[in-house]
Design a protein. Structure first.
Lengths: 319, 334, 289
């Protein structure tokens, strides 16, 4: 099922991109002919070989070639960066995954803990505060939050950097300065995602926890004299968290979808950033490659979430 | 040999709803002796579950225990009023002395934990240093008492049938060698064969461990074979209390008589059975008369005036038998 | 027992519920203000003329929210822009709902192979991240007028709603009144129109606002990335220009030029969220206390 989805999505994307206005071969040929002083037909041939793209070949054949390329690990070459798309993709993916996984983990963990806490305490104040937070930060798009945060923390207060994955003065490598620089630069992007998503996790968990608290097995646990801590963790926690697991994948996909905007603002060289660059500069192979990896990762995360759920749910574990 | 284990004195439990008070348990007094099986029977809304919850300190808002004492006499001769204890003091008696078995239909087991973990966590909540091997050994022994296989320990609740879950809960209630067990409808929602099976097991355990049992149910037909003494509750009050056979054959309260009359038997014709007409009163708006009077044929025929004040106490109708009907001598002529 | 009159007196009861909940009341008012602003505002504002001498001025008596880089009043631009914002969002939501209904209803009613094929398609659309796809599609579809822009935004937003509609339809399919209609030989089309649609209207109404809200987010996002060369006034364009061409984020005096449309956007989204919650409560009797 997942494979079908990936394949189908890729086909759709391929067809859309192939039908975009503007012919990259022509553009490149023109440029080559101009800069290298080649005759136009020769320039066109050279362009075709560089781009690995021949406009005269029918679309279906191109599609097959592309799929074949994927299976052998060749995603073509970027028109703009003159590098194999695969290299760019593999270079960009870790950055996006870094920010997204940290954001999601943080948001989920805090949300889950807060949700249980608020359900347990039944405090009117907390519930209202939660509603207010969700109303405000749940409606504002995360990129707006990001802009505002950059303005406050980077520009006005100067506490945090506003761009790049790490400081230019630092050499990458397994050393502490590099790692701390990466963390420093990741704070604002992560916070943008965190602020806008944490409330919905809290609300979801609160709802689950409230319904679990009303269950008979919680009352029976209290009748047996089990400690509050035990009940909160093994009774409320374990039983409320299960339905949230499947939402993780959905949320991940959603956050991935927003990455072009966040990464664009922070000049963060992730998948979204390159996708945006590719689009504005008509770099078709790069576009295809970045979008392809996006689809693969999102679909895989859904698959992973399903597997995790199957393992955690006692009803599905024993067959 | 009949020393009291639990003395309930004038226990009242209220529920406050929208500024109106509902007294679910009204001035209930009962004495339960060590080693006996006492049944409490009543329709839904009679107050029997509230009574058990009140004794076990399980009443939650909007309910509260308004007044009364519950004196518990321990094995070593101490006496303590459970009502005067704070929750953490009460917790010491929970499960080690007083346990409860809930209805099978309720899902009382944690769906994410195996049965074995339920035993372990229960023991560890009271004896944190208990060794796993010891606990499981005892658990296995108890499970065999309720005729369950060892493998049940490794099962998740959803893998057990209703009857198996009920037996598991019974075993779980015994894990800390309690004195007294409250069973709330332990056989309802099970098929008749399983019901009989469970009751046999309960009787066996009771004899074997010398337990005191309080058996709450609305099913009159099974209670006769199980209990020693029976308390009948109606509209939050105890209306009759005495040895079960006496209540069956020579009831001294019209409600009890009505209940006994309604039980079908294999021996006679169902058409001889009569249901009690009417329905229980609305506890929020009680009439200023005997609570049973609207449904009492003796009130309807004028034999009894249904004076409310006279129904505020219990009368001794026979040796060991108490009734709330002040006209019992007139009504029950034998 | 008191008879529940809310279900019978339509509009009045509906507004009563919306008004009673403080949050949804606020949301309703906010949206109403914007709606009025969008409909009537542009009628009273003359075409703004550029005045480069007065560009990028902070708020003052003459221009309450300052001026933009062409010297036009920011406040007036906001009002003008509100019409486009609402128009595009409304189109997007309408198209999305149309697609979702068609696919959801056909899939639900037909069942079998048609259902499976449509659901496969829907699932693919649902799984692939919608914003990046919309980004890519924006290169293919030229978004010069609100209708086309709305269509573009709707292309990848209908999937979730389609699935939900399908399950509602499946639910209804086996209810007696539909069986009865079918037995009476009423055509499929009529069944859809008269039996199915009225039952999902409330569901659609709530989702209309949500989809509008999401479309606005997506459209502003596209504009910020420079992928939607929309001609008219739109808050998104204002934000985009403010950031890219005036360095608003770097702390210059044109902060209002950036903050004003952002605030409008935030207010509108907030209003939509509140109102949608209230709408849900009003149309879904189960949620009413």
């Amino acid at each position: 099922m997942t494979l079908v989805t990936v394949f189908f999505a890729m086909v759709v994307m391929f067809l859309v991109i192939q039908n975009m206005p503007g012919d990259p071969v022509e553009t490149l040929a023109a440029e080559i002919s101009r800069t290298e002083n080649l005759e136009i037909t020769l320039a066109t041939q050279k362009a075709i070989s560089i781009l690995n793209y021949d406009p005269n070949v029918p679309t279906m054949e191109r599609l097959f070639k592309y799929v074949g390329g994927i299976l052998s690990g060749n995603l073509g070459d970027s028109l703009v960066y003159r590098k194999p798309v695969l290299t760019l993709v593999m270079g960009a993916l870790p950055w996006t995954l870094l920010v997204l996984t940290i954001s999601l983990s943080l948001s989920f963990t805090v949300g889950v803990l807060m949700g249980i806490f608020i359900a347990w305490k039944r405090s009117r104040w907390l519930n209202s505060a939660l509603t207010v937070w969700q109303s405000i930060f749940g409606s504002i798009p995360e990129y707006i939050v990001a802009y505002l945060m950059v303005f406050v923390f980077a520009v006005t207060l100067g506490w945090l950097p506003s761009r790049a994955p790490y400081s230019a003065t630092v050499t990458p490598g397994p050393n502490w300065t590099f790692i701390s620089s990466v963390i420093n630069h990741a704070i604002l992007p992560v916070m943008s995602y965190f602020i806008t998503t944490v409330a919905s996790w809290t609300i979801g968990m609160r709802a689950n926890a409230l319904s679990v608290l009303g269950e008979d097995y919680v009352a029976y646990a209290q009748a047996r004299g089990l400690s509050q801590k035990r009940i909160l963790i093994s009774y409320v926690g374990r039983n409320s968290i299960l339905p949230m697991i499947t939402s993780l994948a959905v949320s991940f996909g959603f956050m991935f979808g927003g990455s072009p905007l966040i990464e664009n603002l922070f000049l963060y060289p992730g998948v979204g950033y390159y996708l945006n660059q590719a689009l504005s500069r008509r770099d078709y192979p790069l576009m295809q490659g970045m979008y392809f990896i996006m689809i693969v990762v999102v679909v895989l995360s859904g698959f992973l979430a399903e597997k995790i759920y199957a393992v955690l749910n006692p009803r599905l574990r024993e067959r | 040999m009949s020393t009291p284990i639990l003395e309930i004195k004038n226990l009242s439990v209220d529920f406050v709803l929208h500024d109106r008070k509902l007294r679910a348990c009204d001035d209930v007094s009962l004495t339960i002796n060590r080693g006996e099986i006492v049944g409490i029977i009543g329709e839904s809304g009679s107050g029997k579950t509230t009574l058990a919850s009140g004794i076990l300190n399980l009443i939650r808002a909007p309910g509260r225990v308004a007044s009364g004492e519950v004196i518990y006499h321990t094995r070593d001769g101490k006496s303590v009023d459970l009502r005067k204890l704070k929750e953490d003091e009460f917790a010491k008696y929970r499960w080690t002395n007083l346990t409860s078995v809930f209805q099978a239909a309720q899902n009382v087991l944690n769906p994410s934990l195996r049965v074995r973990e339920h035993f372990l966590e229960t023991v560890r909540a009271h004896e944190p240093k208990a060794k796993e091997a010891d606990v499981l050994a005892k658990a296995r022994e108890l499970l065999s008492q309720v005729r369950l296989e060892e493998r049940v320990l490794d099962c998740y609740p959803h893998q057990l049938s209703g009857g198996m879950k009920q037996r598991t809960i019974i075993a779980l209630s015994l894990i800390l060698n309690p004195d007294i067990i409250f069973l709330d409808e332990p056989t309802t929602a099970l098929d008749v064969i399983t019901q009989w099976y469970i009751i046999e097991i309960l009787k066996k355990i009771q004899k074997e461990y010398g337990l005191t049992m309080v058996f709450l149910t609305h099913d009159v037909s099974i209670i006769g074979s199980v209990v020693d003494r029976l308390a009948v509750m109606y509209a939050g009050q105890v209306v009759e209390f005495g040895p079960v056979l006496d209540l069956f054959k020579r009831p001294t309260h019209p409600y009890t008589a009505g209940l006994m009359n309604a039980i079908p038997s294999l021996r006679d014709d169902v058409s001889h059975r009569k249901a009690i007409p009417g329905h229980p009163p609305d506890l929020m708006s009680l009439p200023d008369a005997c609570r049973f009077s609207p449904r009492c044929s003796h009130f309807a025929s004028g034999v009894c005036a249904g004076d409310r004040a006279k129904t505020d106490t219990l009368y001794s109708s026979r040796p060991d038998q108490l009734t709330r009907c002040y006209s019992w001598e007139k009504v029950f002529k034998s | 027992m008191k008879k529940n009159r809310s279900t019978s007196s339509g509009f009045r009861a509906f507004f009563a519920v919306i008004w009673r909940n403080p949050l949804s009341r606020i949301g309703f008012i906010i949206l109403l203000v914007f709606l009025l602003m969008a409909i009537f505002g542009p009628l009273f504002i003359p075409t703004l003329k550029s005045n480069y001498a007065a560009r990028l001025q902070p708020p003052s008596a003459g221009h309450w929210l300052g001026t933009d880089m062409a010297g036009k009043d920011v406040g007036l631009q906001l009002i003008l822009g509100s019409r486009d914002v609402l128009l595009v969002a409304a189109y997007a939501a309408s198209f999305a709902i149309l697609f979702a209904c068609v696919i959801g209803i056909v899939s639900g009613l037909r069942g079998g192979m048609v259902d499976e094929a449509l659901m496969l398609f829907t699932n693919v659309v649902l799984t692939t991240p919608s914003f990046p796809m919309t980004m890519i599609l924006s290169m293919v579809i030229r978004t010069t007028n609100p209708l086309v822009f709305g269509l573009l935004l709707s292309l990848w937003s209908w999937a979730g709603l389609a699935k939900a509609i399908r399950s509602q339809v499946l639910n209804l399919k086996h209810r007696e009144f539909i069986e009865a209609s079918r037995i009476m030989g009423i055509s499929q089309f009529n069944i859809i129109l008269h039996d199915v649609v009225p039952n999902i209207v409330s569901y659609i109404a709530v989702n209309f606002i949500s989809i509008m809200k999401n479309s606005i987010t997506a459209s502003v996002g596209l504009m910020i990335l420079g992928l939607a060369p929309y001609q008219g006034n739109h808050w998104g364009i204002m934000i985009n220009v403010a950031i890219s061409q005036t360095g608003a984020l770097l702390g210059s005096g044109s902060m209002t030029y950036f903050l004003a449309p952002v605030t409008c956007l935030m207010l509108f989204q907030l209003g939509s969220y509140f109102f949608a919650t209230g709408l849900d409560e009003a149309l879904n009797p189960r949620l009413r206390s």
